[in-house]
Design a protein around this ligand. Structure first.
Ligand SMILES: [Zn+2]
Length: 114
């Protein structure tokens, strides 16, 4: 039921923005980290259900999953952490700290051109 809560807060945020823009929203771009695992499809359905009858009815959500970031303990650079190759891409080191996951964020709303 995590997705329903996410959908509700997205709808609230988009509605506020829509009032300011005075247009009809078509698409919203959202980004979130890997650990903040939101199921795209479930979120889409949840959003569709609560957006019915509002100005957001029929709009699409585009969800972009951002990779985890690691900071290498050897060369102190940050890199995109991948489960399949958990090494620093700068020096090949395998000693690193994982940085906090990216929170779910509303990046951009596209409005219908009048
Ligand atoms: Zn390194």
């Amino acid at each position: 039921m995590h997705e329903t809560m996410v959908a509700q807060s997205l709808l609230a945020a988009i509605s506020i923005e829509t009032e300011k823009q005075n247009g009809k929203p078509i698409t919203a771009r959202i980004s979130c980290g890997m650990l903040n695992a939101v199921n795209d499809e479930v979120l889409g359905f949840a959003f569709e259900a609560i957006a019915k009858g509002t100005v957001c009815e029929g709009m699409k959500l585009q969800i972009e999953h951002k990779p985890m970031q690691g900071r290498c303990k050897d060369c102190d650079k940050t890199f995109e952490f991948e489960l399949t190759s958990p090494y620093c891409c700068h020096c090949g080191g395998d000693r690193f700290n994982l940085l906090p996951d990216v929170p779910l964020m509303l990046e951009e709303i596209e409005f219908e051109a009048e």
